[in-house]
Design a protein. Structure first.
Length: 304
């Protein structure tokens, strides 16, 4: 099947080597080496909703001039010969921000975090007519949640789920409910924003490399969760595990964001934490969440 997909872009090419790439949770990514090219390519196969391939293709083509994203070499949003939809893209050489952070070199982390902030500001320059879920053609196909106060109501829905009730004590669920509704007016302003949001601006989806002596973002991967909303959503995700007692990415990340034209409300850090509760509570409402991730998310919830 890999050879069939490869031949659509490079007829007659010979597949020399293939290996799965890590961190793909919903779709499968392969690094391929062929006889026609000196550099490898990436094959991304869409195993869930087929329309996500078209959505990511549209986003990559839109952002390529202004944001470091992979170059699309060949696209088959409908698949070929009964295959799953797929994209063939350039391979971006680098390490994930998560790997760089684990190495613990503070100067390198500061430089990469500043570049990540600049990159997020560039992403947010794309705007839409209204907030909501993005579909093919980059149209907003539905609101994130119908009605007023979507963020507090969505979190309440997650807290009421069976898995969340098993993982969170009644006291903690009540504290989250009280906290999020006490901030409903400020969150309503954020929910009305309609900027491009990556939706999974996590350290594993940011590849970084050293260029001219400085660490910079080399590529932003995995755009399938992108929505129209507030950039604070991505900020909260990126800074989710940033320890208050020993910060590494901050204040460099927010400085890069402001330097590149991004804007932040006065209480941006707290708002981003509260908005990030939507992602955390949604994860905790899933039945198939690994135990180590559950423990990590519960720590973040307690800290928030």
């Amino acid at each position: 099947m890999l050879e069939l997909m490869l031949s659509a872009a490079f007829p007659g090419a010979r597949l020399l080597h293939h290996e799965p790439l890590p961190d793909g949770h919903r779709n499968t990514n392969y690094k391929l080496q062929i006889d026609r090219l000196a550099v490898p390519v990436v094959l991304r196969i869409y195993q869930h909703e087929a329309w996500l391939c078209r959505k990511e293709l549209d986003l990559l083509q839109l952002l390529r001039p202004s944001v470091p994203v992979p170059e699309v070499i060949y696209a088959a949003p409908e698949g070929i010969d009964d295959s799953l939809p797929f994209l063939l893209m350039s391979f971006i050489d680098g390490v994930s921000f998560r790997q760089l952070r684990r190495a613990g070199e503070t100067d390198a982390i500061a430089q990469a975090a500043f570049s990540a902030g600049e990159t997020l500001a560039a992403i947010g320059r794309t705007s839409f007519s209204k907030p909501g879920w993005l579909g093919p053609g980059l149209s907003v196909i539905a609101p994130l949640l119908e009605g007023d106060d979507p963020i507090p109501r969505f979190i309440d829905q997650c807290l009421a789920s069976g898995p969340a009730q098993l993982r969170l004590t009644a006291n903690l669920r009540a504290r989250i409910h009280s906290l999020i509704w006490s901030q409903a007016p400020a969150l309503a302003d954020a929910a009305r924003q309609s900027r491009l949001v990556h939706g999974d601006f996590h350290k594993r989806n940011l590849l970084v490399h050293q260029l001219h002596g400085r660490w910079k973002v080399a590529g932003v991967l995995d755009w399938e969760f992108s929505i129209s909303s507030s950039p604070l959503t991505d900020i909260g995700n990126f800074l989710r595990n940033e320890p208050a007692s020993f910060p590494l990415a901050e204040p460099h990340f927010s400085a890069g964001f402001l330097h590149a034209g991004g804007t932040l409300p006065e209480d941006w850090r707290r708002q981003s934490q509260l908005i990030d509760l939507t992602a955390i509570c949604e994860l905790l409402s899933r039945t198939d969440l690994p135990t180590h991730i559950t423990s990590e998310l519960l720590q973040v919830l307690q800290a928030t």
